[in-house]
Design a protein around this ligand. Sequence first.
Ligand SMILES: [Zn+2]
Length: 240
Amino acid sequence: MSRQISSLLAIAAVCVTLAPAPAFAQAPKKAPVDCEQVKCIALTFDDGPGKYAGTLLDTLKKYDAKATFFLEGQYVTSRPTYVKRMVAEGHEVGNHSYKHPDFTKIETWDIRSEIKKTQDAVKKASGVEPKLLRPPYGMADLQVSDIAAEFGMPMILWTGGSEDWKSKNVAAIKKKTLEVAKRDGIILMHDWVKQSVDAMPSIVKSLQKKGYTLVTVSDIVKREELEPGDIFPVPAGWEN
Ligand SMILES: [Zn+2]
């Protein structure tokens, strides 16, 4: 019996013992993914929810894959139903500012406002608050780190980019994504790039064929025990 099934059964047994709820009231929750045991990778989609988020969510659902969306507050406000669906379908939502300014070039009050407005918008749309921050352009300094810490969030960059915004070509996006894919990798993509969304069924199938389980960023960084204000992966030249 697999570990996952046995722990599910253990949870189910506890539930039955403690709470004799009506039968079939609620399906048991899926056991969390353990990236020590399985080959994990996290696809991340920035700047959305983009126009094509619905199609992307359909693909992820079809292949039972999870992803992380680093959302831009202004689009959370204009497309809240996608955000609600992301959370309902088990994806992770992160904060990617409200209007995408370079945090190293704006005033501290403005950084705080960008983060706060987005936290509030995501909470309003989905009921949950992001726990991770991805600063626009991946640009951060110690001041940004201090402000992220105030909000209780670590900052998440990426280990590899699909360069989808640059190529805008289905074949090139797939090639680049598979090239940078690695165990526990965090891959940067964008759901406003139509070609990325078009390439997704093929990318997901290829990754799964290579033995990857597509998980959220939090699944991957669980073992890092990141503190608020930490940055991961630590960029070259970053001083703490
Ligand atoms: Zn961005």
